[in-house]
Design a protein around this ligand. Structure first.
Ligand SMILES: [Fe+2]
Length: 347
């Protein structure tokens, strides 16, 4: 459903205020051909009304001939910013970068963040952004979960469908997504609310079962039958099942990159206005499916790159797989049981 410019401008102002935008700050708005025009125009107005000094950077599209889909997460890490020194310098000299293009997983993003600029990714459909507009309560839940995750040494996950997975954690930083970015050098994504970290190298072991109805991204499809993922020493060793498993294997193989099979971030969803069901109601190309990545109590695991965590694996193949009905514990203490969030400080 359409959203009025006025409503979206007000939402931008709320999110930018939560992101501590103050008058006189330098704001870069990064745009490409597939940016949502209403998001861009309303962001312009909101930044102006809040007194930000705005620069709009429009870069050409890239990866269309190598990606297998039009999803922004279908081919990651290699962006039009590579080799574009003027654009990169503009962002490195910004206080806040609003990214409607998707720099996530690129080395240039890391370079920008190291300067202390804060970055906010925004590329979902306007009505999804409005429904999932971040609040301080989202930030409270995500911060409490992130604090627990930062102290933990082991993460275990089970499910009635057969998942039995464990890894040690602590080698890599915690990723907290709360929908707005309020700290220097921070990165966040509107809309989003989840926490994750990357397992210690070589420590992932066990089986993850993607059950019927679970979601595979960037396929943006509900699995129609179970897929059994066998993991040893931090790597996906086997993907077994019927058609769904064969499809997943073939897709990952097509990148011809062994790093595609590395385990990447693991964590759980904390957004109370994100829904598992919205994927079935939307055109696949409408957005990134942040509902799926964020819905309350999911177990979100992924494969491929770890550059976002400071690692060196920069494979363009990145699967995000949010699962329902899982039980996730940190050092034996349940964070979720059968897909329900347990700790009171995350409710
Ligand atoms: Fe991911």
């Amino acid at each position: 459903m359409a959203i009025s410019d006025l409503a979206l401008i007000e939402a931008w102002k709320d999110v930018l205020t939560l992101s501590r935008l103050t008058p006189g700050e330098q704001v870069s708005l990064l745009v490409s051909d597939d940016s949502n025009p209403q998001l861009v125009s309303t962001a312009r107005t909101a930044v102006g009304q809040l007194g930000g000094v705005l620069t709009i950077l429009t870069l050409p599209p890239l990866n269309g001939d190598v990606a297998l889909s039009r999803d922004k997460s279908g081919y990651v890490g290699h962006t039009a910013l590579k080799g574009n020194r003027p654009a990169l310098e503009a962002m490195k000299h910004s206080d806040l970068v609003i990214d409607t293009m998707m720099l996530l997983f690129s080395p240039e993003q890391e370079e920008i963040l190291k300067t202390g600029a804060r970055m906010l990714l925004a590329c979902e459909p306007p009505e999804v952004m409005l429904r999932m507009k971040p609040t301080l309560d989202d930030a409270r839940r995500a911060t409490n979960a992130a604090n627990r995750l930062a102290k933990a040494k082991t993460l275990t996950v089970t499910s009635k469908a057969g998942t039995d997975f464990r890894c040690s954690i602590g080698q890599y930083p915690v990723l907290k997504q709360q929908g707005f970015v309020d700290r220097k050098g921070g990165w966040d994504h509107w809309p989003s609310c989840f926490v994750a970290t990357w397992p210690d190298e070589g420590s992932c072991e066990g089986v993850i079962v993607i059950d019927t109805g679970d979601i595979l991204l960037p396929f943006k499809r509900y699995a129609r039958e179970p897929i059994h993922i066998s993991i040893e020493g931090g790597w996906i060793r086997k993907i077994e099942g019927g058609f769904e498993a064969e499809y997943l294997r073939s897709y990952m193989d097509s990148f011809d990159d062994p790093d595609a099979y590395a385990m990447a971030h693991v964590g759980w969803g904390l957004h109370k206005k994100a829904h598992w069901t919205t994927l079935g109601l939307y055109d696949r190309e409408a957005g990134l499916s942040m509902d799926a990545r964020s819905f309350y109590g999911n177990f979100l695991w992924s494969s491929g790159p770890n550059t976002e965590a400071g690692g060196t694996r920069d494979t363009p193949c990145h699967m995000d797989i949010p699962l329902r009905g899982h039980s996730l514990s940190l050092d034996g203490e349940p964070m979720t049981i059968d897909g329900k969030v347990i700790p009171e400080d995350q409710n």
